[in-house]
Design a protein around this ligand. Structure first.
Ligand code: FES
Ligand code: FES
Length: 217
């Protein structure tokens, strides 16, 4: 896959993940935090953000409530923090990786209210009231999820840096389509780049996880 195709595919995936989301770059280059939040919060249906009044500064904070991997959390966040920064730097959930930090690679993908999103391109305040699942939330009682086990069985990870994001997108796919074929898997994972180019193994891992899921059901 060429760089141009990757970029085009990836941009398309970003839109399919959340057509209303703005890139972190767009946000940071915008007129100001307060103005951006004022426009974005109603669009995303966030009803209770306690943003400080006054001009936007790096020290402006808001208190948000969210559920992360089944655990309710109340956190004071910087208004300019991304969701990835909140997860990694404040909640110690470093399984979520930051690759490009600009909506191009998918390494930072988490599930937000059932949909895969790039956490590098979501403001933390937009997650107020949201239900978030990170890669740390997949294993239960010390047991890998069937999808994680399928990644192991099919040598899905090479360096492994893209793996958390691949897992989260594929988990969301399997929740909606329990037995996807390889074309459906490729389409779903188009926004998750693997610099090791281990795509065949990754697709096979997801297809096999779906087949096993179907066999058990
Ligand atoms: S780190 Fe978020 S898309 Fe690359
Ligand atoms: S396994 Fe190395 S980037 Fe995907």
């Amino acid at each position: 896959m060429g760089d141009e195709n990757n970029k085009a595919d990836n941009e398309s995936m970003v839109q399919s993940l959340d057509p209303k989301q703005r890139s972190r770059r767009d946000f940071l280059e915008g007129a100001g935090t307060t103005a951006v939040l004022g426009a974005a919060i109603p669009v995303l249906g966030v009803s209770t953000v306690h943003a400080q009044q006054g001009s936007a500064t790096a020290s402006a904070t808001s208190t948000i409530r969210l559920t992360v991997n089944g655990q309710s959390r109340t956190v004071e966040v910087g208004d300019n923090w991304t969701l990835a920064e909140l997860l990694r730097d404040q909640l110690d959930l470093t399984g979520t990786k930051i690759g490009c930090n600009r909506s191009e690679c998918g390494a930072c993908t988490v599930i937000m209210n059932g949909k895969p999103v790039y956490s590098c391109s979501q403001l933390a305040v937009w997650a107020d009231g949201a239900e978030i699942t990170t890669v740390e939330g997949l294993a239960q009682n010390g047991q890998l999820s069937p999808l994680q086990q399928s990644f192991v069985d099919n040598n899905g990870p090479q360096c492994g840096f893209c793996t958390p994001g691949q897992l989260m997108t594929a988990t969301a796919l399997l929740a909606n389509n329990p037995s996807p074929d390889s074309d459906q898997v490729k389409q779903a994972l188009v926004g998750n780049l693997c610099r090791c180019s281990n795509y065949n193994a990754i697709v096979e891992a997801v297809v096999m996880a779906g087949e096993k899921q179907g066999a058990v059901a």
